[in-house]
Design a protein around this ligand. Structure first.
Ligand code: ATP
Ligand code: MG
Length: 589
């Protein structure tokens, strides 16, 4: 950073006395986040303290915490001390503008340094942070800010003018727009954030938030329907740390790159909080995915731990392995994936092409942190999500006649993936949907809405979303199994599988396939390939499970977090309304 700070800051006030691992797991409740009150002798914990201030006056305070790479390859570095001071400045800006603990601060911006600073500064001030995808249109932005009763929005001039300026005065709670690149005279209620930051207090103390005080409000990806507002508390940070250690093998010596967009939960939990809590160095790239750029970052920044998503991995695979040959990736020692099932083919491609297998892991916005993983000290099973992390009890459950769920103990039996209530990052509610929240719990279990199986060694295998399962001629077919089989074919880049109603079989398996760019695509070759793929799938899956119909698409509809929207493929197939498509990335039909 440009500024030179001479004085050492005073000691921060927050004490993290929630270090007792056992307490994290026994203090669980499904109560909504607590109201703000300063009861004496209550444990306090603050995510921003754990991520940033905790490192002050230790031997890593001057270490590189965050390196930002701009689209034009400019580099801006922040040490842990820089981050502590910048986030304090931001917290003091909120305070000076009259915002209080519990107020809601939303962000709408790409990967810019001030976005990261304001996220942590918001938490430091005791306010609640909510990120939005910068690519959202005006309507999804507005509706989320309405539901979340936003008090503040942090954004850029361009996004403000295009997407927010015309309606924001109609939102009764919204009092301030902080413009990351604002300067000079602005309209009422809008503030130039850099100017406010200059006047901010670099030693503003971290607020003593209670462990069950609300910290984050995240909207789900909207893969299965209308996105839900998921509430998380400050105590969640214990799980961020535990999971970063086990599932990402993250240590202070690591240079870490999480490619997730800051608009969804991975971008916050593992794109901001976890790496800083671990005292690692994190790399932030402003630009979007681009094959050569990504290889170059892995090489030039000496990335050691890389956390990405199946959609990006499949794009790298699609580009071919030759491109990788020009890069030295010898620093890399751990690579992981999340967000969607990772086809075994992709795990093996990692091993062959990058020299390391991908470690798949599973979690949800609701779980707040990684719950199941192929973790560092365990063998990887390609195609499996891995084992529950220490402290997490997972199970496969089914409903009995009374409607209560019970655990299924038989290996490889399909049921709903469930978690025993009681882990620090468990969500504490869906905003304004308490009944829906209560329905997620039964008989001491949290029900995930995903179908899975557990093998004899305790590894979990994803089958499909409860809503996506296909029932055909008495068989229960998970789309993932069919997709993975087709992915093994050398022409296939991406697959989405759905069930469509069929008089004879109940449902018929249909696959939408995107091909690799080097595949010849004339009418004749496509017809031949269609036949070949059907045969290929039949050989691997058997006639009952293999797709009866295969169609080709340039792209598959995906959420902004990179998940294939099977419900949209189905709605389009059946001519039904598309439902909430606020998180849809543009796709070619
Ligand atoms: P919505 O709840 O709005 O429909 P969503 O469930 O996609 O959206 P997220 O919370 O971002 O929103 O995603 C969690 C879901 O992503 C999981 O429930 C699961 O279906 C899928 N998922 C995440 N990681 C994995 C994985 N490793 N393997 C299989 N599925 C995964
Ligand atoms: Mg979900």
């Amino acid at each position: 950073m440009t500024e030179t700070i001479i004085d050492k800051p005073p000691h921060r006030q927050v004490t993290s006395n929630l270090t007792d691992y056992h307490e994290c797991y026994t203090s669980f409740s499904t109560e909504p986040p607590s109201a703000v009150s300063d009861l004496p002798n209550r444990p306090t914990i603050n995510i921003a303290y754990e991520a940033v201030d905790r490192h002050l006056n230790t031997d890593i305070e001057d270490k590189l915490a965050l390196r930002w790479l701009s689209k034009q390859d400019e580099i801006v570095d922040f040490s842990y001390r820089d981050l502590a001071e910048q986030t304090s400045r931001f917290a003091s800006v909120l305070h000076r503008l009259g915002f209080e603990r519990g107020d809601r601060v939303f962000s709408l911006a790409g990967r810019l340094p001030l976005l990261y600073i304001s996220a942590l500064g918001t938490l430091k001030s005791g306010c609640v942070f909510t990120p939005l995808f910068s690519a959202f249109g005006p309507e999804p932005i507005r509706s989320r800010m309405e539901i979340g009763e936003a008090n503040v929005l942090i954004t850029t001039m361009g996004l403000y003018r295009k997407k927010v300026a015309s309606w924001w005065h109609e939102l009764p709670y919204l009092k301030a727009i902080l413009l990351i690149d604002g300067s000079g005279e602005l309209e009422e209620g809008c503030y130039a954030l850099p100017e406010l930051m200059d006047q901010g207090d670099p030693y503003y103390p971290c607020v003593n938030t209670q462990k069950d005080e609300m910290a984050l409000l995240h909207f789900t990806s909207g893969t299965t329907g209308k996105p839900k507002g998921v509430m998380h508390i400050h105590q969640a940070v214990e799980e961020h740390k535990i999971s970063a250690y086990y599932a990402l093998d993250l240590h202070p010596s690591d240079i870490y790159w999480c490619t997730a967009d800051p608009g969804w939960v991975t971008g916050t939990s593992y794109g901001i909080i976890a790496p800083l809590c671990m005292g690692a160095t994190m790399i932030v790239d402003e630009a979007e995915f681009e094959v050569e750029r990504w290889y170059r970052i892995l090489q030039d920044q000496h990335i050691t731990v890389w956390y990405t998503a199946p959609t990006a991995i499949r794009m790298l695979m699609r580009a071919g392995s030759e491109i990788r040959q020009g890069y030295d990736l010898s620093a890399l020692h751990f690579i992981a994936s999340v967000g969607e099932p990772l086809n075994p083919e992709a795990v093996i491609w990692g091993e062959k092409t990058l020299g390391l297998p991908f470690h798949d892991n599973w979690w949800q916005t609701e779980t707040g942190a990684i719950m199941i993983a192929n973790y560092a000290s365990q063998a990887i099973k390609p195609g499996s999500m891995g084992l529950p992390l220490p402290g997490i009890t997972a199970g496969i459950v089914k409903r009995n006649e009374q409607g209560d769920v019970e655990e299924v103990h038989k290996p490889m039996e399909v049921g709903e993936l469930a978690l025993k209530q009681g882990w620090p990052s468990m969500f504490r509610g869906y905003l304004h949907q308490s009944e829906r929240y209560e329905r997620c719990f039964n008989n001491g279990w949290y029900l995930s809405g995903d179908q899975a199986m557990r093998d004899e060694q305790g590894y979990y295998w994803f089958v499909g979303r409860v809503d996506d399962l296909i029932k055909s001629s008495g068989h229960l077919i998970g789309p993932f199994e069919v997709e993975s089989a087709l992915m093994e074919h050398s022409s296939v880049a991406e697959v989405g599988v759905i069930g469509i109603p069929d008089e004879l079989t109940g449902e018929m398996v249909k696959a939408y396939v995107a091909l690799k760019p080097d595949v010849e695509q004339t009418e004749q070759t496509l017809q031949a390939l269609q036949k070949e793929l059907k045969g290929f799938a039949r050989k691997r899956l058997g006639a009952a499970v293999a797709p009866k119909e295969i169609v080709f698409r340039q792209n598959l509809p995906k959420t902004r977090s990179g998940k294939i929207m099977r419900r949209l493929l189905k709605a389009r197939e059946l001519g039904l309304p598309e439902g909430d498509i606020s998180t849809l990335e543009s796709d070619e039909q």
